[in-house]
Design a protein around this ligand. Structure first.
Ligand SMILES: C[S@@+](CC[C@H](N)C(=O)[O-])C[C@H]1O[C@@H](n2cnc3c(N)ncnc32)[C@H](O)[C@@H]1O
Length: 269
């Protein structure tokens, strides 16, 4: 016999499923689907144009206003993502150098820092903003990283993965260049209402949190922790997917690593 509590619980579940379906439909309408309509090469050119043009210039000039810069700084300053001991750090999709700036501040002085981006214009802006010659900045595509296997013991990747039609392509490439046990800080746009608007503005896609975690796990990246920029972000589930991952040591492979010398430098800045 079904009790009154069970009936109420069943009703609540049904309402919540209906709301979630409605949210998904709205998000799909708002979200931009350019990434799925063009070939990867055509889409990449569009992304280069977006970031190389006025929007990229605005991002470089006003990134303080978004709050992300300050919140990202806090994550690293408070060592919630700890850079201590990292010697070869890769920042993927450096943009105007937002994460690179934190790395310069909080990484060990002997760490070698490398940033890559498909937009040469963004890397030039990053160099100008950072006023530092320390990071190596290389124009390259996340889908084809110009580095030898197992080159880095730490990777940061902020809001770039959403510019690939399939997360697996980029994540597999990152895993390839990570040393065993290397850690990664990954930020990416979530399939929320806010994420759908981000997708519209930056011509990118969004990801489902559960699916990204599953893909990471399948590629040998273990989730170390889910991070939130602040308690408010956690409460509102805002700010996108922000996770720390660690590369598992593949059973039976040697721990020897290659040096972080680029095997193909597209164009240094
Ligand atoms: C939103 S910005 C992120 C900047 C910075 N990482 C941050 O967290 O604020 C995204 C950057 O990713 C770059 N990007 C997009 N697709 C890329 C790809 N396939 N490979 C490398 N960089 C890419 C863009 O050119 C842009 O500079």
């Amino acid at each position: 016999m079904i009790t009154r509590t069970q009936r109420r619980h069943h009703r609540q579940q049904k309402t919540s499923r209906r709301k979630s379906r409605r949210r998904k439909v709205v998000n799909r309408i708002v979200e931009r689907d350019l990434i799925h309509r063009l070939s990867y090469d055509q889409y990449r050119e569009e992304v280069r144009k977006v970031y190389g043009g006025a929007r990229g210039a605005m991002l470089a000039r006003f990134s303080q206003l978004s709050g992300h810069l300050h919140l990202g700084d806090r994550l690293l300053r408070k060592r919630r993502f700890d850079l201590a001991g990292a010697r070869q750090i890769l920042d993927v999709g450096s943009g105007a150098g937002q994460i690179l700036g934190h790395l310069l501040k909080y990484a060990d002085p002997e760490a070698r820092i490398t940033g890559i981006d498909i937009s040469h214009a963004m890397l030039r802006r990053a160099r100008g903003r950072l006023k530092s010659s320390r990071p190596d900045l290389i124009t390259a595509d996340l889908a084809r990283l110009p580095f030898a296997n197992q080159s880095f013991d730490c990777v940061t990747c902020g809001y770039v993965l959403e510019h690939l039609p399939d997360a697996r392509t980029g994540l597999a490439e990152i895993v390839r260049v990570m040393k065993p046990h290397a850690r990664m800080l990954l930020f990416t746009t979530e399939d929320s209402f806010g994420g759908a608007w981000t997708s519209r503005l930056w011509a990118c896609r969004t990801y489902n949190r559960r699916e990204i975690l599953k893909t990471c796990d399948e590629l040998g990246l273990a989730l170390t922790q889910e991070l939130w920029f602040s308690r408010m972000h956690k409460l509102l589930r805002a700010g996108g997917i922000c996770i720390e991952l660690r590369k598992r040591h593949p059973a039976g492979t040697s721990c020897e690593t290659a040096s972080a010398v680029p095997v193909r430098v597209d164009s240094a800045v």
